[in-house]
Design a protein around this ligand. Sequence first.
Ligand code: CP
Length: 329
Amino acid sequence: MSHLRHVLSASQFDRPFLDRIYRLTNKIRQFDKSKEGLMYLQSLLPHRRAMLYFTQPSTRTFLSFQSACHILGIKNSEIRDTATSSEVKGESIEDSLRTFSSYVDLIIMRSPVRGLCDRVAAMLDTSDRPVPIINAGSGPDEHPTQALLDIYTLQRSFKDFGGIEGKSICMVGDLKRGRTIRSLSRLLTLYPGAKLIFASPEAFRIEDDLRTFLKSSMIEFVETVNFRDAIAHSDAIYMTRIQDEYDVCAGESSKVDSSQYCLKSNQLKEMKPNAVIMHPLPRRTELDPAIDKDPRAKYWRQERNGMWTRVALMTTLLGVDEKILLPEL
Ligand code: CP
């Protein structure tokens, strides 16, 4: 992979890149164990500034990126609502982003607009301030940094069980509009022998472009409406909520019967003993809170992994990754 300028899509990542990011992540977590280690991390980028431009709601992606900035000593600014920026006066998104680039060294952005990150990255690349862009969620399209933390969580969960290779990963729920599904599926093609099971109502099946990509990558995958039958065969169950914010008309999602795409505590006995349960969160009723106590539930760890993998990603983009990989602890 050539040098990473922006992070726009999971399809930019190859296996050597992932392996390196996860080595970095593990090393960063080691640094976190001591005050000296944390102070070392904070000394790496105190001269850098980041913009968090999140015009679509977020809790964990926003906070984990903000915390990652704090860990590295990066100062951050934020806009979370266009009603408080000059966009409300009619400024274009492109001009707004170009303005941020005048003040910061990195832009982390979430937007409901599919493809906006790519447009902004292309525009900045021809400007005199070509600062890196990180896609923190682009409409129903991609969430590449979520996929990074998802793979890290899977890898750690299967560390003593032969790794991700050869495992069956069942993704459940709104697979049509769930951007985490799209990015994670792409990365799983990098793990030989991994098999994907897509369990969803007919109306929320994966999109054609993802299906075409998976066929071309030779990964084994099946699509089913029968989640119940998939439970016993899965090594990982990745639950997702219905993404009704993308409904074209009011109440569209509620017309689809999604009641069979929930995981209840009474179904835990059907799962393999070493299987894992994941969810990008936030959840609604598709994942029973009573499951939180089961050792196979990894979603709280998964969201915390988001902070560490995002620290690793930012050190790579901003060129201080070697300063983490090299020193002995
Ligand atoms: N997983 C995820 O993107 O969560 P938030 O919407 O809370 O950031």
